[in-house]
Design a protein around this ligand. Structure first.
Ligand code: PEP
Length: 255
C-alpha cells in the first residue's frame, strides 16, 4: 500500500545512550497526524542501539528499521546479523542496497537480491535503495542503471510479496553532499521507477508501492520535494540525527 513515509537513516552514528536521547527527543517533538494525514515514521539506528531503541518505541507510533541484514537466518557468518534476529528486536523495516554498502562495502547486485529476498522471506519490509552515480548521470545512463538495479533486486519475487516493499531513489551524487536532486529531477526518476515496477511485477504494481526520495534532504527543501506527485516520502541521513530537524522534515511532509 502506498504510504506517506519519513525514514531516518542514522548510519554509523550514536551510542546506545545517544540513540535513546535522540528518539526520546523526537517522540516529544513530533505529531504523527495532522489534518487527517498520517505519516509512517521509521528510524534506523545502528545495530548496537536497536534493542534499546526498539523497547522504547513500543510505547510510541514510531517504527524501527535496520540499516542492513544478512540473507541467511543463522550460521557461520562472522560479523553478520540476520533478519530473524532483527525481527526479535521489533524491527519492521530493513534498508537494502544503500549506496554506501554498494560502493564502500562493495555489495553487488547478486548479494543485494539475496538480502532483499531474505527480508521478505522472514516477514520484514525491505526499503530498496537505487540510484545512479554522478558519472552515470552525466553519461545519460540514469534510466539504464535504475532499471538494472530494480530488475536484479526483484528477481524471483513472489506474487504475494509483489507490493510488500518500499523503494528509495537515492542518487549517489546527492547523498551526504548537500546537493539534493531538484524536485523535478527526483520526480522524473521516481516516475520511471513506478513504471518499471509495473513492467516487472505486472498488475499496475508501481501504483501501489511507496517510492521515497533520499539525498541531502533538509528542513528547507523537504516540502518542495515531497510535494512532487511521484514522491511518497523521504529517506533522510544527516538531518535525521537532530530531533528538531527531523521533526521539521516530518511536518513538511504533512503539508
Ligand atoms: C542516506 O543516508 O540515505 C541519505 C540520504 O543521506 P543524506 O540525507 O545525509 O544525504
Amino acid at each position: 500500500m502506498r504510504k506517506l513515509m519519513v525514514v531516518g537513516n542514522w548510519k554509523m552514528h550514536y551510542t546506545v545512550i545517544e540513540s535513546l536521547q535522540l528518539v526520546m527527543g523526537l517522540n516529544n517533538n513530533y505529531t504523527r497526524d495532522v489534518n487527517g494525514q498520517t505519516v509512517e515514521i521509521v528510524v534506523c539506528p545502528p545495530f548496537t542501539a536497536l534493542a534499546d531503541v526498539g523497547r522504547f518505541l513500543t510505547q510510541t507510533e514510531i517504527k524501527l528499521g535496520a540499516q542492513d541484514a544478512f540473507y541467511e537466518p543463522q550460521g557461520a557468518y562472522t560479523g553478520e546479523i540476520s533478519v530473524p534476529m532483527l525481527k526479535e528486536l521489533n524491527c519492521e523495516y530493513v534498508i537494502v542496497g544503500h549506496s554506501e554498502r554498494r560502493h564502500i562495502l562493495k555489495e553487488d547486485e547478486e548479494l543485494i537480491q539475496k538480502k532483499f529476498a531474505a527480508v521478505l522471506r522472514y516477514g520484514l519490509i525491505p526499503i530498496l535503495c537505487v540510484g545512479e552515480t554522478l558519472d552515470q548521470r552525466q553519461k545519460g545512463e540514469t534510466e539504464k542503471v535504475i532499471k538494472r538495479q530494480l530488475q536484479s533486486a526483484l528477481k524471483g519475487i513472489s506474487e504475494e510479496n509483489s507490493q510488500r516493499f518500499v523503494v528509495a531513489y537515492e542518487p549517489v551524487w546527492a547523498i551526504g553532499t548537500g546537493q539534493n536532486a531538484t524536485p523535478e529531477q527526483a520526480n522524473e526518476v521516481c516516475s520511471l521507477i513506478r513504471k518499471e515496477l509495473s513492467d516487472i511485477l505486472g498488475n499496475g504494481a508501481g501504483d501501489w508501492i511507496s517510492i521515497l526520495y533520499g539525498g541531502s534532504v533538509k528542513p528547507n527543501n523537504a516540502a518542495e520535494l515531497i510535494s512532487q506527485p511521484e514522491i511518497d516520502g523521504l529517506l533522510v541521513g544527516g538531518a535525521s540525527l537532530d530531533a528538531r530537524d527531523f521533526t521539521s522534515i516530518i511536518n513538511a511532509a504533512k503539508k
